[in-house]
Design a protein around this ligand. Structure first.
Ligand code: SAM
Ligand code: DTB
Ligand code: SF4
Length: 330
């Protein structure tokens, strides 16, 4: 199904009650309504990134005073992966502040790390910047099942935020990830000064990908001191919830991840996001370089809401339901 902007605007601007009802209808049909996917993030190469993404504390163009780090070795990363698994995470996502994935020793070390984490029985996700086709295939071969590469905003607003690469380069990379047989994780950031239509155009780009991404992270901008977006106000709660609900309706089988910004959200707002169709979070006290809620607080909230950790196999089985099967169940 190809969506026009007008169709998406009509969904987004529904009365909140109807919007949430439609999002829940999709959610109950195509997702496990009590399951939340728990992922843990690890920055494996931090800072000094040549790209000029205005939101990002890791850009070399910003002045955040971040401790830069070279690529971490397998042993160091594996310790965190083991701890993440013990803490209840089913997916381990490794992020590197690279423009392009390097060749040679660093790439070999990375493949070794991917193999080791995959051997723990965790789903492996990487987010490393632009890839060559052979690198994508090698990552897949080593056990990386998912690659995160965000579109971040609309095509029109993109050049206001990033000038060192183009929207089409991002789309091209997503094609390579698919070609290599990895799942695509792609989403964006809300609250960078973009209009509502920019947000909806981003959802339009994602929803019209064939197929649409397997997961869609929705980040609320964390306005980091030293970045050009340091003075942005935190996104309006209801606008954020509407974006989550619209993403759920447009992409019923995708995992909608409530990503950066949860430290600024109270339990009630997070519960509204779950009601709107979010079913994945990052678990653990750190995202890549910024803070994330304590895992114990997340478990407390999930318990209160009667939600539990989503089993990845169960999720895949539910996602492969046909429209008829799904309608019969919900
Ligand atoms: N360098 C790789 C890339 O750009 O694809 C991977 C890492 S990058 C940090 C991954 C994503 O983190 C970005 O696409 C962006 O959506 C998100 N991100 C970075 N800084 C953020 C911030 N301050 N607030 C919210 N999201 C942020
Ligand atoms: C995504 O969309 N959000 C995560 C993950 N994909 C890699 C990253 C959020 C980063 C927030 C800023 C930081 O911690 O540096
Ligand atoms: Fe680099 Fe990714 Fe940050 Fe952009 S978002 S500066 S590419 S680490």
């Amino acid at each position: 199904m190809r969506y026009t902007l007008e169709q998406i605007q009509n969904i987004y601007h529904l009365p909140l009650t109807t919007l949430i009802f439609k999002a829940q209808s999709a959610h109950q049909k195509f997702q496990d309504p009590s399951g939340v996917q728990l992922c843990t993030l690890k920055s494996i190469k931090t800072g000094a990134c040549p790209e000029d993404c205005k939101y990002c504390p890791q850009s070399a163009h910003s002045d955040v005073g971040l401790e830069k780090e070279a690529l971490l070795d397998t042993e160091t990363i594996l310790k965190d992966a083991v701890a993440a698994k013990k803490g209840g995470a089913t997916r381990f996502c490794m992020g590197a502040a690279w423009r392009r994935v390097p060749h040679g020793e660093q790439f070999d070390s990375l493949l070794n790390t991917v193999r080791s984490v995959s051997d723990l029985g965790m789903e492996v996700c990487c987010t490393l910047g632009s890839l060559e086709q052979e690198q994508a295939s090698a990552l897949k071969e080593a056990g990386c099942s998912v690659y995160n590469h965000n579109l971040d905003t609309s095509r029109e607003f993109y050049s206001e935020i990033i000038t060192t690469r183009t929207y089409d380069e991002r789309l091209d990379n997503i094609r390579k990830v698919r070609e290599a047989g990895m799942e695509v994780c792609s989403g964006g950031i809300i609250g960078m000064g973009e209009s509502i239509d920019d947000r909806l155009k981003m959802l339009q780009e994602l929803a019209n990908l064939e197929p649409y991404p397997d997961s869609v992270p929705i980040n609320a901008l964390i306005a980091c001191k030293g970045t050009p977006l340091e003075s942005q106000k935190f996104v309006d709660s209801f606008e954020f919830v509407r974006i989550i609900a619209t993403a759920r309706i447009l992409m019923p089988k995708t995992m909608v991840r409530l990503s950066a910004g949860r430290t600024e959200m109270n339990d009630e707002l997070q519960a509204l996001c779950y009601l709107a169709g979010a079913n994945s979070i990052f678990l653990g006290d750190k995202l890549l370089t910024t803070a994330n809620p304590d895992a114990s607080d997340d478990y407390k909230l999930l318990n209160k809401l009667g939600l539990t950790s989503l089993d990845p196999d169960e999720a895949r089985a539910i996602h492969s339901r046909s429209e008829e099967e799904a309608s019969a169940i919900a």
